[in-house]
Every structure is written in structure tokens, then in C-alpha cells.
Design a binder for this molecule. Structure first.
Ligand code: NAD
Length: 261
């Protein structure tokens, strides 16, 4: 049996840990050759070693997504090793917690630079090759926060994620005739180190009991959605946003004694 991404080359940003690492693992297991990129070199190298040790094709490269030149260099190395990039997963991000009144201009700019401009650089870098090839799939890991929902914090993160999903729709309508599909995944709260580092894991876990599917998302939940959108199974799907949040953005149930105990 062949994998769902057999023979494909995928470049994943922010792939050293969390959702990006789950995507890299799943894509490699499904037969893709994976360029793992991040700014966390130790974790990225370890993941590449883990995947190659079991016979998968993967390598790690340092890539700060806010640099256009770094994107072009990473894309070039990927092409040199594996051939044209078939799949781009734009996943890297930086979190800023402040609400609007407390947000500095620097924090605002940094958030847009990584969360939005980083994706712009990445998409722009792979587009010419995909056009030449006549095919390609771009998947952006966006968020429900900023799209389906708003939270009373993350004032720089939410507009960046809304604009990212808008950018994806733009790519879909502009390059569809070139055989390029572009879609977004909108995760809800997902159990990664980021949530723990931000100190919000306990709060998000507590809220999750009231979701229609009463638990927090796991990185693999998001990776499976990215796999579907990247694969030929989604051949007629472009410009869409796939919400993966246990139904949280549709509505929450009232806590009952059973679901909070
Ligand atoms: N975890 C959640 O609850 C959740 C919810 C909605 C959306 N998301 C989205 O999922 C994606 C992954 O989030 P995660 O929870 O796995 O976070 P994470 O912090 O575990 O992973 C993010 C990765 O991005 C990397 N990164 C940060 N700045 C970078 C830069 N300038 N260049 C390259 N890499 C950089 C980090 O080093 C890290 O490895 C993000 O796009 C995030 O917005 C997460």
C-alpha cells in the first residue's frame, strides 16, 4: 500500500514541535519527503533524525519565516535535495498575549511579520515552481481565534490570522488555473507546549469540557486535516477553511455536573 503523499515534497514551517511536528511526522509516514524548518534547531534536528532513523525522508533546516531571503534559501535547498516543492505548510507563528490597549507597536509589528508576512514570503517563494510544475498545494495553519471567534486578548494575533485566511483565498482564486490549491486549517485550542508556556493550558482544558466534542484538540487532529487538504483527496477543494475545534466555535454546551466532574 502506498502513502497518501507518496513521492511528494513538502516544506513545513515551524515544524520542530507542536502541530508542525505532528504534520511533519504524519506527512513523512504517508510517503512525503519533508523539509522540517524552524528556528528551534535542536528540536528540529532531533525530529529529522527520528524520522530518518525509521526510513522516512526528512531533513532539518533553520528558517526564520520573517526573512524573505531565508525562505528562498530553504526552498532552494529543499529542491536541491528532493525536487520541486509540491506542498507548503505555513504553520510557524508567534503568540502575543496583550489586549489592544496594552499592545506596543513593536509587538503588533512582530506578530504581523511572523504570522502574516512569514506566510506571504513562503507562498511567494514556492509559487513559481508550482506554476511551472502545473500543480501544488498550500496549507496554512490559521486559527478559529481571529476568524470564527474572538478572545479578549491576542490583539495582534487575531487580525494576523484573519488576514492569513484571506490571503489563502486570494491564492486560491488567483492560481487555481495553474493547478495550485490553497486552503487553511482553523484549529481551536490544541494541546501543545505553547499553551503551557502561555500559562493558559488549565483554563483551556477547563473550557473544553463544554465543547460539543468535550476535549482539547491534539496536534494529530490538526495534522490529519492538513494531510487531507494537502492530498489528492482534496483535489476539488480550494479557498476553504477547515475548522478543527471539536465544534467549539459552533456553540458550547452548558456545563453540567457530569461534564465538569
Ligand atoms: N495550540 C493551539 O491551541 C492553536 C490554536 C489555534 C491555532 N494554532 C496554530 O497552530 C500553529 C502551530 O502552533 P503550536 O501550538 O504548535 O505552537 P508551537 O509554539 O508549539 O509551535 C510553533 C513553532 O513555530 C516556531 N516559530 C516561531 N517563530 C518562528 C519564526 N520566526 N520562524 C520560524 N519558526 C518560528 C516555533 O519555534 C515553534 O516550533 C500556529 O500557526 C498557531 O497559530 C494553535
Amino acid at each position: 500500500m502506498t502513502g497518501r503523499l507518496e513521492g511528494r515534497t513538502a516544506l513545513v514551517s515551524g515544524a520542530a514541535r507542536g502541530i508542525g511536528a505532528a504534520i511533519a511526522r504524519l506527512f513523512a509516514a504517508e510517503g512525503a519527503r519533508v523539509a522540517i524548518t524552524d528556528i528551534r534547531d535542536r528540536e528540529g534536528e532531533a525530529l529529522a533524525a527520528e524520522l530518518t532513523a525509521v526510513g522516512h525522508h526528512a531533513f532539518y533546516r533553520h528558517l526564520d519565516v520573517s526573512s524573505r531571503a531565508a525562505w528562498d534559501a530553504a526552498r532552494q535547498e529543499t529542491e536541491n535535495r528532493y525536487g520541486p516543492v509540491d506542498i507548503l505548510v505555513s504553520n510557524a507563528f508567534t503568540m502575543t498575549q496583550p489586549a489592544l490597549a496594552d499592545l506596543t507597536e513593536r509587538e503588533w509589528s512582530q506578530s504581523l511579520q511572523v504570522n502574516l508576512t512569514g506566510a506571504f514570503h513562503g507562498i511567494r517563494s514556492v509559487l513559481p515552481g508550482m506554476q511551472e510544475h502545473g500543480s501544488g498545494s498550500v496549507v496554512a495553519i490559521s486559527a478559529t481565534n481571529g476568524n470564527e471567534t474572538a478572545l479578549p486578548a491576542n490583539a495582534a494575533y487575531q487580525p494576523a490570522k484573519a488576514a492569513l485566511s484571506s490571503l489563502i483565498r486570494h491564492v486560491a482564486v488567483t492560481y487555481g488555473h495553474d493547478g495550485i490549491r490553497a486552503n487553511a486549517v482553523h484549529p481551536g485550542g490544541t494541546r501543545t507546549a505553547m499553551l503551557a508556556e502561555e500559562g493558559i493550558l488549565p483554563a483551556v482544558e477547563a473550557i473544553a469540557v463544554s465543547f460539543p466534542i468535550p476535549r482539547l484538540g491534539e496536534p494529530d487532529d490538526i495534522a490529519r486535516a492538513a494531510l487531507f487538504l494537502a492530498s489528492d483527496e482534496a483535489a476539488y477543494i480550494t479557498g476553504t477553511s477547515l475548522v478543527v475545534d471539536g465544534g467549539a466555535s459552533v456553540g458550547t454546551t452548558f456545563p453540567t455536573q457530569e461534564n465538569i466532574s
